[in-house]
Design a binder for this molecule. Structure first.
Ligand SMILES: Nc1ncnc2c1ncn2[C@@H]1O[C@H](COP(=O)(O)OP(=O)(O)OP(=O)(O)O)[C@@H](O)[C@H]1O
Ligand SMILES: O=P(O)(O)OC[C@H]1O[C@H](OP(=O)(O)OP(=O)(O)O)[C@H](O)[C@@H]1O
Ligand SMILES: [Mg+2]
Length: 279
């Protein structure tokens, strides 16, 4: 059985569990369960703190897992990133009182609070800036107001938490993070199937299927508007001056592509969602 680590709570948990469900796996039924077997698919799930997942996978205790890139790098674990999963996006930034720090070098010698000391320490060492790191468990934005640090380094999503704490971002982007699939680098039976299934979910979410009818003389132009993956499927119609075309397009381009096809003379343009895919 492939042993898979899944975030048990926090920002990544719900999306990770949803994605595995769309990939055809059945997981735990109760949020307090820490382990669930899915014998039909030959996998076992272990629900763990996202911060600990790289440690379990890097040590070989578990085969593969879902965590954040920032948490992976912070852990110092030898686990490696296998694929991006397109959720849990965030940036990792420095912040301080408005106007206090103009650039990174202004951090020299000051106290920087973070719950990612491994990630921030490595970044600052690489940049040749020496600070006193103040490791905290969370809510690090309060550290400046409460006087335990001069600046913070933390996850930023909307920026709302920083603003509410009266802090301002400065300096370079430390990291662009996203949820990732991680493994130990050693091949594991069943891991390829999991990866293909998750990639299938991403394709199904990112693309839609478009069907339309078009006059034969306009097919080439229509295929330039929507070229598809390999190439559109073109089928004859009973009226031999027309053909039916089927093609995948990026979901976010749906209406623009429909408008352009219609203007070209396409009719009966139908868009359907994709439930699952293997490219
Ligand atoms: N708005 C967000 N807040 C926090 N983490 C986020 C956010 N968006 C994405 N993430 C990502 O989620 C992961 C952190 O998840 P984790 O569950 O450890 O902490 P959390 O969501 O802050 O939960 P908790 O604070 O309850 O431990 C990181 O990879 C982080 O980049
Ligand atoms: O930019 P925003 O949209 O405001 O989101 C970022 C905030 O969300 C997270 O905090 P969380 O709620 O997880 O609490 P924590 O700091 O205790 O982890 C993160 O640590 C930031 O504080
Ligand atoms: Mg948090």
């Amino acid at each position: 059985m492939l042993r898979i680590a899944v975030p048990n709570k926090g920002s990544l948990s719900e999306s990770a569990i949803q994605m595995l469900s769309e990939a055809g796996y059945s997981g735990r039924r109760d949020t307090r369960e820490l382990h669930a077997a899915d014998p039909r698919n030959g996998v076992e799930f272990f629900y763990l703190r996202p911060r600990d997942i790289a440690t379990y996978v890097g040590s070989g205790a578990l085969d593969i897992g879902i965590t954040g890139r920032d948490l992976l790098l912070d852990s110092g674990s030898p686990a490696r990133e296998v694929a991006e999963l397109s959720f849990g996006d965030s940036t990792f930034r420095f912040a301080g009182a408005p106007g206090r720090f103009a650039q990174l070098s202004a951090l020299e010698g000051v106290r920087v609070a973070t719950s990612y000391p491994g990630l921030v320490g490595a970044f600052l060492a690489d940049q040749g800036v020496s600070v006193t790191l103040v490791p905290l468990d969370g809510a690090v934005e309060s550290a400046v107001r409460l006087g335990v640090a001069d600046a913070v380094a933390d996850v930023v999503s909307t920026g709302g938490t920083l603003r509410a704490a009266g802090l301002e971002i400065f300096g370079p982007v430390i990291l662009q993070s996203t949820a990732v699939l991680v493994d130990s680098g050693a091949p594991k039976p069943g891991a390829d199937t999991l990866l293909r299934r998750l990639q299938g979910v991403l394709v199904a979410r990112t693309y839609v299927m478009v069907d339309y009818d078009i006059r034969l003389e306009n097919i080439d132009e229509a295929c330039r508007i929507a070229p598809g993956m390999q190439s559109p499927t073109v089928s004859p119609l009973a009226d031999n001056e027309w053909a039916a075309v089927r093609v995948m397009i990026p979901r976010e381009e749906t209406n623009e592509v429909m408008d352009r096809l219609y203007e070209l003379g396409a009719r009966a343009i139908l868009v359907t969602t994709i439930h699952a895919a293997r490219l």
